[in-house]
Design a protein. Structure first.
Length: 132
């Protein structure tokens, strides 16, 4: 699913993709008694929306989307991806303290994350290098 959307991103341009991803996100419904109406693709769409917004230099919107993913999808396997992408987006926005805080949250929540290699830490927290 995400691969198809990335292909569409290349074909259609960002504004159309952002609209499509926002429409997908609006399909999220919470069942208050039991279960949910989530599909397995909603968290993928949320992450792709964040990276697309960041690539379009819409950094405040991207930050909001990345921040929402772990809260909206608490069992998602993409929560560590969202925290890392949030840190990278903070770096691009010049918010190094917030970037390093995101890396610290990533390390505390997901100590075995693929994003905690020294090179990735340095990318997401340049102020403190590999040791946030």
């Amino acid at each position: 699913f995400a691969a198809r959307l990335v292909a569409k991103r290349a074909d259609d341009g960002r504004p159309d993709l952002i609209s499509r991803l926002r429409a997908i996100a609006k399909t999220r419904q919470v069942a208050h008694l039991t279960g949910s109406f989530f599909t397995q693709y909603l968290d993928d769409a949320q992450l792709l929306l964040g990276t697309t917004l960041r690539d379009a230099a819409r950094l405040p919107e991207a930050i909001e989307v990345f921040t929402q993913l772990p809260r909206l999808y608490p069992t998602s396997l993409l929560r560590d991806d969202a925290l890392f992408e949030l840190a990278v987006t903070h770096v691009r926005a010049g918010q190094l303290t917030l970037a390093c805080a995101s890396v610290a949250a990533l390390a505390a929540t997901f100590p075995r994350s693929k994003y905690l290699s020294p090179a990735r830490r340095a990318q997401a927290c340049p102020r403190q290098g590999a040791h946030p």
